[in-house]
Write a protein that binds this ligand. Sequence first.
Ligand SMILES: [Zn+2]
Length: 199
Amino acid sequence: MCSQYDSPVLALTANYGQRAASREIDAARKLCEYYGVRHEVIEIPWLGKLGGNALTDSGKAMPHLEPHQLDQASVTQETAKAVWVPNRNGVLINIAAAYAEATEAHQVVVGFNREEAATFPDNSSEFLRRSSEALILSTRIGVRVYSYTDRLDKIQIVGTLRKLEKSFPFDLVWSCYEGGAEPCGKCESCRRLKRAVSA
Ligand SMILES: [Zn+2]
């Protein structure tokens, strides 16, 4: 989250019992150390316990995609359904907005992208706009939700990053849905990251 002058005051990572929680937390912590941003982990185990999806339920198979399937809506609609965590981004934005209000940060910044918004409506610009409208009423200081990347696909995001920062530490990023020692290379998230950094 950011102050109204855009300087980041706190980064939040959620542990909701997802397979990759420890890897995501580790990656976020290292990136925050690299950029000198304060970092906290929010524990919300009840969200994972709701189950019913491959991210938090180890009994459900994680969908694997071939690279040519990334833009096939009939495939990605199904994979999105398999990893859908009930109201996850809605919950996370509201938690972050509570932190923002308590610290007078004014802005919650999320990393949405146009590519995944095609199958995840809670990744879309429309969701950002409507969330901000709700937060105007549910926070005293009118916290807003903002994303620098919601109009970009992942190839554009990586391209912009490379222009802004010549030596961005891609080795600190964890994108895999799985929590293994190395990224699995086969889940949708691995495939999308690989396509973006290979472009
Ligand atoms: Zn993966």
